[in-house]
Design a protein around this ligand. Structure first.
Ligand code: SF4
Length: 110
């Protein structure tokens, strides 16, 4: 079973506990259809705007076994209020540059 670390938006923590992220990861659905069910090794926020802490937090999860970094859909898709993160591409691209070889990025969850 693949291990993943999930990054979420700090701005939406007070309106979403992330239950659907856990559900689709556990069941291998939606963004996890290709991987099948995954084990979540970390579920951390970006640290707040503009998301610079997400880079170190992604690395921390990789150091603890994550084979993929997943952006929860609150970031890229703006769930649940339809307001995507304006810093998503910067976070994703910076993390991708710094990740170890073999660690993949999944850009959404549900
Ligand atoms: S940087 Fe993006 S993901 Fe992080 S708190 Fe701000 S809006 Fe949310």
């Amino acid at each position: 079973m693949q291990k993943v670390g999930i990054l979420r938006c700090q701005q939406t923590e007070d309106m979403c506990p992330g239950n659907t992220d856990f559900k689709v990861a556990r069941e291998g659905k939606l963004a996890f259809q290709e991987t099948g069910p995954v084990e979540i090794v970390g579920f951390l926020s970006c640290g707040g705007c503009p998301g610079k802490r997400a880079v170190a937090r992604a690395k921390m999860m990789v150091d603890r076994g994550a084979e993929a970094i997943v952006f929860a859909s609150c970031i890229g898709r703006g769930n649940p209020i339809g307001f995507p993160c304006p810093h998503f591409e910067s976070m994703r691209d910076t993390i991708a540059k710094r990740l170890e070889c073999g660690v993949s990025i999944i850009e959404w969850t549900h």
